[in-house]
Design a protein around this ligand. Structure first.
Ligand SMILES: *Cc1c(COP(=O)(O)O)cnc(C)c1O
Length: 381
């Protein structure tokens, strides 16, 4: 059986982590610094950006929402074609979620789909960089230039990917990465990172210390500390920081392997066999360099997608659909506004299938997947 995903855990991790954990200086920040440095080097985070590791990308999004100090009059624009985590973090503040359509080629929100939704209440725009392929960030930045609207990146898919040489998650005002076990690199089950520019430093520190100014107290700037705003308990555990530090140096290898497999899929489906009328692919905007996080294929219609998924499963290959558009969900209708047609989102969500893709997928497993795709498609197309 070829599963849809296998979490990446380098074999050398278990021993070194096990040894260190026995004498872990819990509460000490040394490990956090080490892991931040490793992320900086491997993901390419410039020194003008701060990094904090959280227990999940969801928590990093929650910190962003707290820092923005949102209320019920505020509006946050995001794709409907995303995971509920993107919306939850902001909806729980009382702010309205405003759903933008995706561009049918890039599968991301764009200048054209976001522009009609901007009002005087808009506080932030949140692209998600679907499959690790960047949204057209220059377009979105152009749209908010000169306004107070923030660009916040949900780069949960984006570890190892960049836009015009800048690491995803480091381009907006704040951004997050995910190290959940379904993502390209995991911190050992779950984990996330919040990346932000220094404008937010005090706010982020307050959120990390339960909304108090304990950070200023620790720096000797105030004699006592107080509860000043909402915050929480967000820091990634020592164990996960250690695991992540050991896994991150394999990022290049993981990314290259995933890109190689994606290329094999793509070349097979476009050159060896021409299924043009039946299958289309996610397109890359200029300057976006992906990380092979997802290989989505968009089938001609919903029935073909369903049949292919069933056929692959019967042959031991797990392929999956993806997001149910949030605007069509119960909570999406309650917490979100659908002000324009989200036609591309609905059409694509119903026809998209993700092939198995992970770094340790072997060449013979890739062959098997391609062989079965060929058998199915030749019979149907
Ligand atoms: C995985 C994912 C998240 C949540 O990441 P966690 O680390 O599991 O909290 C958020 N947004 C998107 C687009 C994701 O795919």
């Amino acid at each position: 059986m070829i599963p849809f995903n296998k979490p990446y855990a380098p074999e050398h991790i278990s021993m070194s982590v096990a040894k260190k954990i026995l004498k872990a200086p819990l509460g000490d920040e040394t490990q956090h610094h080490l892991t931040v440095d490793t992320l900086r080097v491997n993901h390419g985070i410039l020194s003008d950006r701060q990094v904090v590791f959280t227990q999940s990308a969801t928590q990093a999004l929650e910190i962003m929402a707290l820092c923005m100090d949102l209320n019920a009059h505020d509006e946050i624009i995001m794709p409907s074609f995303t995971y509920a985590a993107t919306a939850n973090a902001f909806a729980r503040t009382g702010a309205r979620i405003v759903f933008a359509d995706i561009d049918p080629y890039t599968l991301n929100i764009s200048l054209e789909t976001v522009a009609p939704l901007i009002t005087k209440h808009t506080r932030a725009i949140i692209p998600i960089h679907y499959g690790g392929i960047s949204a057209d960030l220059d377009g979105l930045i152009k749209l908010i230039k000169g306004s107070e609207i923030r660009l916040l990146e949900d780069a949960a898919h984006g570890i190892g990917a960049n836009y015009k040489g800048k690491a995803l998650g480091t381009i907006g005002s704040m951004g997050c990465l995910s190290f959940h076990h379904t993502k390209n690199i995991t911190a050992g089950g779950s984990g996330g990172a919040l990346i932000y520019d220094s404008f937010w430093h005090e706010q982020v520190q307050a959120c990390l210390y339960q909304g108090t100014n304990r950070s200023a107290f620790l720096d000797g700037k105030v004699p006592v500390y107080h509860w000043e705003q909402l915050g929480g308990e967000f820091l990634m555990t020592y164990y996960h920081q250690l695991f992540l530090e050991k896994a991150l140096p394999d990022l290049d290898w993981v990314t290259n392997r995933r890109l190689k497999i994606s290329n094999d899929f793509f070349n097979f489906l476009t050159s060896d066999y021409n299924f043009d009328e039946h299958i289309t692919f996610q397109k890359t905007v200029e300057g976006a360099n992906g990380n092979g996080h997802i290989f989505p294929i968009i089938l001609r219609d919903e029935a073909l997608k369903r049949d292919l998924m069933t056929y692959l499963k019967a042959n031991g290959i797990h392929a999956f659909t993806h997001y149910e558009p949030l605007h069509m969900s119960r909570a999406g209708r309650k917490y979100g506004d659908t002000r324009v047609s989200l036609e591309s989102t609905e059409r694509i969500a119903s026809r998209l299938l993700r092939l198995p893709l992970y770094a340790t997928l072997t060449d013979s497993e890739v062959e098997k997947i391609l062989e079965h795709l060929k058998l199915f498609l030749k019979g149907r197309c």
